[in-house]
Design a protein around this ligand. Structure first.
Ligand SMILES: C[S@@+](CC[C@H](N)C(=O)[O-])C[C@H]1O[C@@H](n2cnc3c(N)ncnc32)[C@H](O)[C@@H]1O
Length: 157
C-alpha cells in the first residue's frame, strides 16, 4: 500500500518544514509515502471563499485516480485514538487498498465536490488547526501509527 498526503499550498514556515521533514524521513522506513502539494490558487483577493474552494477542488480532483481511497482530514470527521488509527491503517494494508490519499483542505476547508468524492474523513480534534499546521500533526500521527504496528517504543499508552 502507498500513502499520499495531498495538501493545498506550499508549507512556508521553517519550523513546520523542519518538523514535517523529521517525520517524513522516519516514515520512509515503514511505508511508501508521497507528499503532494497543490499550488495555491492565485488572486484569491478577487474570489469569494466558495470560489476559492471550488478552484482548489478542481486541482485536488485532477490528482485523484479511481484507485485512490480518499480520506479527508476534517475537524467534523471520525475520531480515532492513535492505536485505533494504527489498526485502521493495518486493516487497509491487509485488505485490497493499494493507495490511500489523505487530503488536508485549504484555509476554508473543502468544496462539496471533494466531500462527494471522499471515502471517509478523519478528525484530529474538535478544534480547528491551520491548514499548514495540521500537516505536521498528521505526519506525526502517521509515524506514531506505524511505530505502534511495529511494536516500537515511541508510543506510550
Ligand atoms: C483552517 S481549516 C478549515 C476550517 C473550515 N472551517 C472547515 O470547515 O473545514 C483547514 C484544513 O485543515 C484541516 N484541519 C483543521 N483542523 C483539523 C482537525 N481538527 N482535524 C482534521 N483536520 C483538520 C482540514 O483539512 C481543513 O480543511
Amino acid at each position: 500500500m502507498k500513502i499520499t498526503l495531498l495538501v493545498v499550498g506550499k508549507t512556508e514556515d521553517k519550523y513546520l518544514i523542519e518538523g514535517i521533514e523529521k517525520y517524513l524521513s522516519r516514515l520512509k522506513h515503514y511505508i511508501g509515502f508521497n507528499l503532494l502539494v497543490i499550488p495555491d490558487v492565485k488572486n484569491t483577493k478577487n474570489l469569494t471563499e466558495a470560489q476559492q474552494k471550488s478552484k482548489e477542488a478542481e486541482l485536488i480532483l485532477k490528482q485523484l485516480s479511481n484507485l485512490d481511497m480518499v480520506i479527508l482530514m476534517d475537524e467534523k470527521g471520525k475520531k480515532y485514538t492513535s492505536v485505533q488509527f494504527s489498526d485502521y491503517l493495518n486493516k487497509q494494508m491487509i485488505g485490497s487498498v493499494q493507495q490511500i490519499t489523505f487530503i488536508i483542505g485549504g484555509p476554508y476547508g473543502f468544496d462539496e465536490s471533494v466531500y462527494k468524492r471522499a471515502n471517509g474523513s478523519i478528525s484530529l480534534s474538535d478544534m480547528t488547526f491551520s491548514h499548514q499546521m495540521v500537516r505536521l500533526f498528521f505526519v506525526e500521527q502517521l509515524y506514531r501509527a506505524f511505530s505502534i504496528l511495529k511494536g516500537e517504543p515511541y508510543h506510550h499508552q
